[in-house]
Design a binder for this molecule. Structure first.
Ligand code: NI
Ligand code: MN
Length: 227
């Protein structure tokens, strides 16, 4: 299984015939190493409606005939535009061709910015617990720390993708605590470096995590991790 980080919270998980693309933020992302049209996927996961996560989801869904897996209200909003969706709600799971996905809680908001200062609320932000090819992967979306992460880690995690950028999500200190709750075999940090408010050093996170006994791998945009 190959996990490629395209910067921010965007990952492509490739396993056999499946390509699971998370939070596809290419257009407008100063750190994106490729463009959306260069990506092939079978499923798009969208943690919430903020532009740095919804990103190119609609175009990618159409170009790849890939459903968008997301929270119920955002799914309805996309379905009204003719987009194929899987409309999960927090705590619910679905069996899909690649395996299984459960929507996890995320301490964040979920609204689509229509114009400056005018937002359309669209349900709640979620994260994703994915089981594929015998492995359990957690993409936290945008979230603050919450102690129920213990429940997400209970069945064991082969990989966690966690925000560490601070300001809009967990920062380093809370992300290290999250590792205590989640106990993943390996963690890939995300949601940092893409704008001036989230200039967190991922290597500082990796050092503090290592001191607490956890393995963190820092990828460069476009780099892949073999799981
Ligand atoms: Ni957000
Ligand atoms: Mn974000």
């Amino acid at each position: 299984m190959r996990v490629t980080w395209y910067s921010h919270s965007c990952f492509l998980v490739e396993s056999g015939p499946f390509g699971l693309l998370f939070d596809p933020y290419f257009t407008g992302n100063p750190s994106a190493p490729i463009q959306a049209r260069d990506v092939r996927c079978t499923h798009v996961f969208c943690s919430h409606a903020h532009v740095d996560h919804l990103g190119d989801a609609v175009d990618l869904s159409r170009a790849n005939d890939a459903p968008v897996v997301t929270g119920y209200e955002l799914a309805e909003h996309l379905a009204a535009q003719g987009v194929k969706t899987v409309d999960l709600m927090t705590g619910g799971a679905a069996n899909l061709p690649f395996g299984r996905v459960k929507a996890t809680p995320a301490l964040h908001s979920c609204a689509l910015e229509l114009e400056a200062g005018r937002n359309l609320p669209l349900g709640v932000a979620v994260g994703f617990l994915v089981t594929i090819d015998g492995k359990r992967l957690y993409h936290a979306g945008d979230t603050g720390l919450f102690s129920d992460m213990r429940l997400i880690g209970r069945g064991g995690l082969d990989l966690a993708m966690l925000p560490v950028g601070d300001w809009y999500t967990m920062g380093i200190e809370d992300a290290v605590l999250a590792l205590e709750y989640l106990c993943p075999a390996v963690t890939l940090p995300m949601h940092y470096g893409t704008n001036e408010k989230i200039q967190t050093d991922p290597h500082a996170f990796a050092r503090e995590a290592a001191a607490a006994g956890h393995r963190v791998v820092v990828l460069n945009p476009g780099e892949a991790f073999e799981l």
